[in-house]
Design a protein. Structure first.
Length: 156
């Protein structure tokens, strides 16, 4: 059976984004129990796998997905020319959901990090670095208080 990789990615991605990742530091693992129903697991034979076979498949699927996302990111050409320090918050939007920097760049903040950014103040100093998270490929570091937040560039 030939698998259409683009179709598979677009089918899996919403589930992956919603609930399938366990995040610990920069460690991502797709869990088949979160991606597939019991019926789908039975129909595809995944229920018959041993624990080690299932873990190996989950690891392979995770690595494959991250590679596809990395290729999509690199082919999108979205880069930020202002990586580094000497930035500051010019606007905190929607209680930290978005942060606008002095250069006009607008950043969407990872939901898990909004608890930090909701308290960021205008003129807080920010350093922008690249992140290993394909969903939020940058990290904003508030050098005034030490908080960090994974973010994706919305506009420059």
């Amino acid at each position: 059976m030939k698998v259409n990789c683009k179709l598979l990615l677009f089918v899996l991605l919403p589930f992956w984004l919603a609930s399938s990742m366990l995040i610990a530091q920069d460690n991502f693992v797709l869990r088949l129990d979160k991606l597939m129903t019991t019926q789908e697991q039975e129909r595809t034979g995944i229920k018959k796998l041993t624990k080690s076979e299932r873990e190996a498949l989950e690891l392979w699927l995770t690595n494959w997905t991250l590679e596809v996302l990395a290729k999509a990111k690199s082919s999108s050409g979205q880069t930020y020319v202002g990586v580094g320090g000497d930035h500051w918050v010019s606007k905190n939007i929607d209680s930290g959901r978005f942060i606008k920097l002095e250069d006009g760049s607008l950043w969407q903040i990872s939901p898990i990090d909004r608890i930090n950014t909701m308290l960021w103040l205008v003129v807080d100093e920010i350093t922008v670095v690249e992140s290993n998270n394909p969903l939020y490929p940058f990290k904003l570091i508030n050098t005034d208080n030490g908080d960090t937040a994974e973010a994706k560039l919305v506009s420059q």
